[in-house]
Write a protein that binds this ligand. Sequence first.
Ligand code: NAD
Ligand code: MG
Length: 402
Amino acid sequence: MRRLSLLGATGSIGASTLDVVAQHPDRFTVAALAAHRNWQKLGELCRRYQPALAVLLDEDAGRALKRDIAVACPRTRVACGAAALSEAATLPDVDTVLAAIVGAAGLAPTLAAARAGKRILLANKEALVIGGALFMTAIEEGGATLLPIDSEHNAIFQCLPPRYARSPRAAGIRRILLTASGGPFRTRAPADLARVTPDEACAHPNWSMGRKISVDSATMMNKGLEVIEAHWLFGAPRDAIEVVIHPQSVIHSLVEYVDGSVLAQLGHPDMRTPIAQALAAPDRIDVGVPRLDFATLTALSFEAPDFARFPCLSLAYAALASGGSAPIALNAANEIVVGAFLAGHARFPDIATTCARTLERLPARAIGSLPDALDADGEARQMACELLALPADTVHSFSIAA
Ligand code: NAD
Ligand code: MG
């Protein structure tokens, strides 16, 4: 029986994970559920899963949750605040932590899980983008296990040799190919992009996801963050990670070996597949994902990404090349401008320009500790607000959190 702590329980990955858990009560049990401030939703989940601990970051929402579940969940302790998120990630009797908070906010609890030696199923790619070497060191020193559930990285993980040791060269790997659907604006006239609405940007052709990652998919910043994520997860240099557009989202990524073999993982686009793979490994479990029907899968197509249409992808490769604080600044600026776009205070093309200008104005510097990383994150958030002419106190008000 695996005991889980689910960080980001009220979100899209949270829902897919709980669906997998609910189908296999003989294998998985929920010990902790954590989220930002949606106490109504967390209350429902507590009634259903009766966790030992329920955490909300927001104190007022935490009080409301406590009142809401006092009678229905006598064995659930409610806690609030940042320290409680880390407590949920490190409970002694929890073996598996699902890191599914969106954005930089997930870094601290996920690092705590790493230091506590947990089995971490990582959806929260931003934590790895900004944590970088610090994060990977914490995994190693804490004796933790890191399993990717981002669909591309889970696909790559499945195509790697057993006991792969973060060295593509030693494993005979020539390159890693991350597939990308191209999002909702793959063929939209660039001149139209200044007028697109948040709802249009969030209407992904193949995947149903939270609003922040949906906007990232429309700008292809998501794929840029995934290039950086792949670099840290698989120890691959930048020039061994390529992006290929594959609009059908059936092939979730590929690994090319030096002998010419290319291994791929395919499946219906449904996050329950990578979640089930990582939760049950080394076993395989049926979670009700529709099967691929090869009789009707008539065309799988591929094309090179258009870096001019999607400047965020180039920015991510450039930030990875600069290293140090550059990926942190890119992620922070993106979180601010995506939050502003979703709130109607920025236009879609502002996303790429704000990220580019933030990187220009804040030259990369070395990052040696978590406080260094958090400083670089804060500085880039301030800079992005200035560039968007948003008052500095709005740094926290345009939230990407649901
Ligand atoms: P979402 O917006 O649907 O859910 C986000 C969750 O994080 C919510 O439970 C929210 O309450 C919680 N949260 C947000 N800010 C928080 C904070 N400061 N403290 C505590 N909790 C906080 O997002 P999602 O689509 O589920 O994505 C979650 C993560 O998984 C993201 O990093 C995303 O990039 C990654 N991911 C998602 C998908 C997908 O299909 N949705 C696929 C691959 C990777
Ligand atoms: Mg992905």
